[in-house]
Design a binder for this molecule. Structure first.
Ligand code: ZN
Length: 465
């Protein structure tokens, strides 16, 4: 009898523990993925709310209207076509043609899902439609439009510009884009213009990844800065030969110089010397293999290749090839962390939500996502990236009157005729704290294709102040 009682008590304790953990997990996951659940198409309660509520308007950071409603309840977008196209992925569409744009991802605010029963009841009696929250985003429509105008015609890719001190995104462009007023046939277009390439497309980032390999060297090799590396022009690892662009031989060089000239051989040797585990550790400190559950936007997780790899795979990861998968948004965050003394801020799109009485619902403050580097390490990386723009592969991103730091990349993807051109970089100026990532697919070298566009964007940002 005693034994039964004891077992019964144990069973009650176990059930209570299970219930408690379920409640905690529920609260935790709703806190983390609230927007994801509210905006889900399977949420029938939201579908009902949508028919009863006039959605809030969407503004850019300067109060320029990006989305609104006409008297029949149709959604209106900016009057200029190129502006509409440049913002279609970030803002999204009410019908969800673009997945996870603000129009759908923030529908819990746009449709004021949190309205009290009293206000629901009063609008039901008065026959007036309720209104959702108006949203002010961190985007600037002028910069978005400028980028859409300057991006090479007919190419696919993405551009992300953000404030590295606050994480506020100024521009989130994906190419090809489309006009939300002419979206027929978009979903069956083989170029998939409805996909947001800035946040949903993952690829090996080519030599832009060398800043992470260099960070790993600074963190795990005490003599990294005093060491001399040798580049003989080709380097055999197993059955592959690693070479440099243009088949040059860099001779003897320091770690900084290897980044400035983007020496594949030095970074392949570094990866092998560090070993897969240490390189993975630093990559994970930058957010690879993490669940990127940001409050304002959905971003595909980045991945470092799986464990137990052979030497040639590890070697190719050093210069950013191999099976790495990263989004342009994540590479912009990597540049931003180097610019911001080693602190990576969470990317943000929402500045403020206000109801019909102009009462504030949310006033967003910056959130630290990760701190992958010490101040000293970020200074060393920033200096090497600055030198890359002064005298190395990033020269085409230079802007007179501004101190620019950056890194180019030319990612070789199987089956493509030309490489994907990458550039990450930032302005070293406390009054212009902006970082970016530019990717132009099937375009050629990052130094010739992506760096000049980055330079134009930095110039435009300088002219905005
Ligand atoms: Zn080399």
């Amino acid at each position: 009898m005693k034994l039964i009682k004891k077992n019964l008590r144990l069973a009650v304790v176990v059930v209570c523990c299970l219930l408690a953990s379920l409640i905690i997990y529920g609260a935790f996951s709703l806190g983390l993925s609230g927007n994801r659940w509210f905006s889900s198409s399977v949420n029938t309660a939201l579908r009902k709310v949508k028919s009863d509520v006039l959605p809030g308007r969407i503004y850019d950071r300067n109060g320029i209207p990006l989305s609104g409603n006409d008297t029949q309840g149709n959604r209106l977008y900016h009057q200029d076509e190129l502006t509409r196209r440049s913002l279609v992925h970030a803002v999204g569409m009410k019908d969800g043609t673009v997945k996870n744009g603000i129009e759908t991802f923030m529908s819990y605010l746009l449709y004021a899902y949190d309205a009290s029963y009293l206000s629901r009841l009063s609008s039901a009696f008065s026959g007036r439609m309720r209104s959702g929250y108006d949203l002010r985003l961190s985007l600037t429509h002028g910069l978005s439009r400028y980028i859409a105008e300057q991006f090479p015609q007919g190419k696919s890719g993405a551009v992300v510009v953000l404030n590295y001190r606050t994480g506020e995104i100024l521009s989130l462009n994906s190419f090809p884009n489309f006009d939300p007023y002419a979206a027929q046939g978009v979903l069956s277009d083989p170029r998939k213009p409805f996909i947001n390439n800035a946040t949903q497309w993952r690829s090996a980032p080519g030599s832009t990844f060398k800043v992470i390999t260099m960070a790993a060297a600074l963190q795990h090799m005490p003599d990294a800065l005093s060491k001399t590396f040798t580049c003989e022009g080709d380097y055999q690892v197993g059955d592959v030969v690693i070479t440099d662009a243009g088949h040059v031989s860099h001779g003897e060089l320091s770690l900084e110089k290897a980044l400035v000239v983007s020496c594949n051989i030095t970074f392949a040797k570094l990866a092998l010397e560090l070993g897969d585990e240490k390189l993975r550790q630093t990559a994970q400190a930058f957010g690879l293999d993490d669940h990127l559950l940001f409050s304002d936007l959905v971003v595909e997780n980045s991945s470092y290749p799986a464990k137990n790899r052979i030497a040639k795979e590890v070697a190719w990861t050093g210069p950013g090839q191999s099976a790495l998968g990263m989004t342009p948004l994540h590479m912009a965050l990597v540049a931003a962390a180097i610019a911001n003394d080693g602190v990576m801020m969470e990317p943000k799109l929402l500045l403020q939500a206000v109801d019909a009485n102009r009462e504030g619902k949310a006033q967003i403050s910056p959130v630290i996502y990760k701190t992958p580097l010490t101040v000293a390490q970020s200074d060393i990386l920033a200096k090497a990236m600055r030198q890359t723009v002064v005298s190395g592969t990033g020269r085409n991103a230079a802007v007179s009157g501004l101190t620019i730091a950056g890194k180019t990349g030319s990612a070789q993807i199987d089956g493509q005729e030309l490489t994907n051109a990458w550039f990450i970089g930032f302005i070293e100026d406390k009054t212009l704290p902006y970082a970016l990532c530019v990717v132009i697919n099937d375009a050629g070298e990052g130094s010739r294709q992506a760096a000049p566009l980055a330079g134009k964007i930095f110039s435009y940002i300088n002219s905005m102040r």
